[in-house]
Design a binder for this molecule. Structure first.
Ligand SMILES: Nc1nc2c(c(=O)[nH]1)N[C@H]1C(S)=C(S)[C@@H](COP(=O)(O)O)O[C@H]1N2
Ligand SMILES: [Mo]
Length: 299
């Protein structure tokens, strides 16, 4: 079943990891020693060994399809992802309903191998394919007064059995500060391992913010709104004491019900040892976005 919007890249076609890192470092403005060679290099390279396709596509959180980790891989088959339209509105010069195919025709798809850390203290390494959110926002033309970006997941009760239950206030919504959204690490993912994104992972288009807890990475996005006020977010609405707007990965700020100091890598086997959680999930290049901010208050 060919889908017009999918990128046809195979894993062999994408930029080899080494030049990928170099390009990324240039884009993100980080020195060559930060992610490869110098100090901590072994750790960094081990970290970047991706989880298997099977692990990434079978152990999922997508509550619209059920709250069990294996519910989305079974139930999300029913989601229609073609045709797909993304409404971009609010404080932009060119608001509109953009067909995903038209968006993709203008975007450069790259592979990004990112660490992924869920607030539940498990983690994976995922080889995403996607484009920078900044490129999409620039296409729509962000107006100077805009300060935040709001995102919304498709809401289709007839295709989403989990939405029969008021686990969250549907549709799932998320938000970023504009500078977070414009950061070169912030990705709109369209694929995994060079294949189209499986429905359970948020097809056909999902946000990936690798330095924040996984729930910020909203799936199956149908609306992106530029605004000057901090937008509501689903998990914060459901429990503001436990889930803040920022939700940056931070080993020193515990969840009220569990520690965030360590994480359980998925796929390591039942007796795999936990590993230390890194500040900003190891993406130190975003630290300057939060200069002078109390990270315990703004959790
Ligand atoms: N619409 C929507 N987006 C969502 C979720 C969800 O339930 N609904 N779960 C979030 C959570 S808690 C996590 S950890 C990640 C999981 O992404 P993955 O299943 O691709 O690993 O998706 C996030 N995005
Ligand atoms: Mo999560």
């Amino acid at each position: 079943m060919a889908k017009r919007w999918t990128n046809e890249l195979t894993r062999a076609d994408v930029t080899p990891e080494k030049s990928f890192l170099n390009r990324r470092q240039i884009l993100a403005g980080i020195g060559a020693g930060a992610a490869i060679g110098l100090g901590g290099s072994v750790q960094a390279q081990e970290d970047l060994k991706p989880n298997s396709w099977e692990e990434i596509t079978s152990y999922c959180n997508y509550y619209e399809f059920g709250t069990g980790k294996d519910d989305p891989s079974r139930n999300a088959r029913a989601l229609t992802t073609d045709p797909w339209t993304v409404k971009i509105d609010g404080m932009v010069d060119r608001p509109g309903d953009y067909a995903l195919g038209d968006i993709l025709a203008k975007m450069t798809i790259e592979e990004r191998i990112y660490r992924f850390r869920c607030v539940e203290a498990w983690s994976m390494v995922v080889p995403w394919n996607g484009f920078e959110l900044a490129d999409l926002l620039n296409m729509a033309g962000v107006q100077t007064d805009a300060k935040y970006v709001a995102f919304e997941t498709v809401y289709r009760p007839e295709e989403m059995p989990g939405t029969r239950y008021p686990v969250l206030d549907w549709p799932y919504v998320e938000g970023l500060r504009l500078d977070e959204a414009m950061h070169p690490l912030t990705l709109m993912a369209t694929g995994l391992y060079g294949k189209p994104l499986p429905n359970q992972n948020g097809a056909p288009l999902r946000l990936v913010v690798p330095w924040k807890y996984g729930f910020k990475s909203i799936k199956s996005v149908v609306r992106i709104t530029l605004t000057d006020t901090q937008p509501p977010t689903s998990w914060n609405k459901s429990n503001a004491r436990e889930y803040g707007f920022y939700s940056n990965v931070n080993p020193t700020v515990d969840h009220p019900r569990w520690s965030q100091a360590t994480e359980r890598p998925i796929g390591g086997g039942l007796f795999a040892s936990k590993k230390d959680t890194l500040m900003f999930n190891g993406y130190d290049e975003v630290a300057s976005l939060y200069d002078g901010m109390d990270m315990a208050k703004n959790f």
